[in-house]
Design a protein around this ligand. Structure first.
Ligand SMILES: Cc1cc2nc3c(=O)[nH]c(=O)nc-3n(C[C@H](O)[C@H](O)[C@H](O)COP(=O)(O)OP(=O)(O)OC[C@H]3O[C@@H](n4cnc5c(N)ncnc54)[C@H](O)[C@@H]3O)c2cc1C
Length: 469
């Protein structure tokens, strides 16, 4: 351990005796990785490449603030660590960093008049939602990693859940934030519903993946638990027909909570399971809200689906999706397999090129993979996102698996950019996708991001290298 890190840890223990400090090798190994597919390969390749020097577990904003001030004084790199479910290499301690585990920040308070709730950045999505449900509310945020991802991590990556068409994404759900800056200063963004007092500072930290500071508290918009919830399925001749139906109802301001259109290949097991038409595609729609609102939304969804050849298939397949919605077994099994690899690449594109992005990404990845699954599950007024989930098996060892992963990632992102899509819709960029960001933001965009980084963190100590900063 370097001398400055040793002195820093000594100072933390003297000044903040309540802060837990973990230093044992097995503890450092647990915190050395998230869920980035290359990290699975590194775990299987032998002794792990890099371990954090130690893990600090503060229990309050004040403790986070004092740790950050000390890290500046001793020039020690810090990586904030939430649920560890990030899949883009956003917490790789390759510069002898110390991890700052924020999961002990767990406060919770509802404001029923403003319809907001403040949660500590360490509450998991599931903890937060369960406490809201007990009081008769929901925030509508259900990412597949709901049981592990925490509020701070979801802010840091601009996460999104399956009910996004109604409730929006993390960037829409946040009303205000508390953030500890790299120098230890505490920023509280305003709580008013709108302001014309300069840029919205929340948006600077949403998606900043820790490079500009540590999120410690999140004020979320909340809603009364829905009076009615209903799921159903449709089939269409082609993916393009399903996309057209969705575009039409969303652009007419019809917003069912869940919209999931599977392409021809990913639909196959579902069509076989229910005995639906071979070669057609499968759409799940979920509604929730006031009873009459749900009924009216259903009426309009049926109208636009029928206009595009959609055939209603009843509620059962929709409810089946709902009950299995947190399963990610197929993808994680491939990552754990010798020589195997898998990932879910999620990109967004405007409506006028989303079908090209989907088609070309699938075509480019197929020769390199055992299977490619594609679906569209987040839709907007001006466009949509597509998940392109690849599973590859090299038949070789875990170095081959890692190499194939890098080839697939590069192919997927370059194809998305070529046909009008972006680098990432909601998983973030971490270190995995950082090299592609100049292709999306341009030189001037990266210059703005870097200058903000230099101003807030002149020594470059917090999450060094993430987002390429
Ligand atoms: C099986 C699986 C399913 C997934 N499904 C979804 C999904 O449906 N939707 C979705 O959006 N994502 C999904 N993800 C990705 C992941 O869950 C999200 O990126 C999530 O928001 C990460 O939260 P976390 O708390 O685990 O963050 P971590 O993995 O701990 O951290 C992610 C990044 O944020 C930084 N960070 C963490 N906490 C803070 C903080 N308090 N302040 C500042 N920076 C911080 C970290 O340094 C790191 O760079 C999935 C991942 C897996 C493995």
């Amino acid at each position: 351990m370097k001398e400055n890190t040793h002195d820093f840890l000594k100072a933390v223990q003297e000044e903040l005796p309540e802060v837990t400090v973990l230093r044992r090798e097995e503890e450092r190994l647990i915190y050395a990785h998230g869920c980035y597919p290359r990290e699975y390969k590194w775990l299987l390749q032998g002794p792990y490449k890099v371990l954090p020097e130690a893990i600090l577990m503060p229990g309050s904003t004040d403790e986070v603030s004092r740790i950050m001030a000390l890290s500046q004084e001793y020039s020690v790199g810090v990586i904030p660590f939430g649920g560890g479910s990030g899949i883009v290499g956003g917490s790789i301690a390759e510069n002898h960093e110390v991890m700052l585990d924020i999961k002990n920040l767990k406060e919770f308070e509802i404001n029923p008049v403003n319809c907001t709730a403040v949660g500590g950045a360490g509450l998991t999505g599931a903890d937060f939602e369960n406490m809201l449900n007990e009081a008769g509310y929901t925030c509508g945020q259900y990412p597949q990693s709901f049981q592990s991802a925490v509020l701070g991590g979801m802010v840091a990556t601009r996460a999104i859940g399956t009910f996004s068409t109604k409730y929006g994404k993390m960037d829409d759900m946040v009303n205000s934030l508390e953030v500890v800056l790299p120098n230890g200063h505490v920023l509280n963004t305003h709580k008013t519903p709108k302001a014309s007092t300069g840029p919205e500072l929340d948006q600077l930290f949403l998606g900043s993946e820790g490079v500009y500071g540590i999120v410690t508290k999140v004020e979320m918009k909340i809603y009364p638990v829905a009076e009615k919830r209903y799921f159903e399925a449709f089939t269409f001749n082609r993916t393009e027909d399903g996309l057209e139906a969705i575009r039409q109802f969303v652009q007419n301001n019809v917003h069912p909570a869940v919209v999931r259109l599977y392409d021809e290949e990913e639909s196959v097991p579902k069509m076989e399971k229910y005995g639906f038409e071979k070669g057609h595609v499968f759409l799940v729609i979920g509604y929730e809200g006031l009873e009459k609102q749900v009924d009216l939304e259903r009426e309009y969804v049926h109208h636009y689906c029928a206009l595009n050849g959609g055939v209603p298939k009843g509620p059962k397949p929709g409810y089946d999706w709902f009950h299995s919605r947190f399963s990610t077994k197929k993808m994680l099994d491939h990552d754990a397999m010798k020589g195997g690899t898998a990932d879910a690449i999620e990109v967004a594109a405007p409506w006028d090129c989303i079908a090209d992005v989907w088609r070309e990404m699938r075509k480019a990845l197929e020769p390199m993979c055992e299977s490619v699954d594609c679906h569209f599950s987040h839709v907007y007024h001006t466009g949509a996102s597509v998940y392109v989930i690849f599973h590859a098996q090299t038949g070789g060892d875990d170095y081959d698996g890692e190499k194939r992963y890098m080839e697939c990632l590069d192919t997927a992102i370059r194809t998305s950019l070529k046909y009008g899509g972006n680098v990432s819709h909601h998983h973030g960029s971490g270190k995995a996708k950082a090299e592609y960001l100049p292709l999306e933001h341009g030189e001037a965009g990266i210059e703005v991001m870097q200058k903000i980084k230099d101003a807030l963190d002149p020594k470059g100590l917090v999450n060094k290298g993430v987002l390429g900063l």
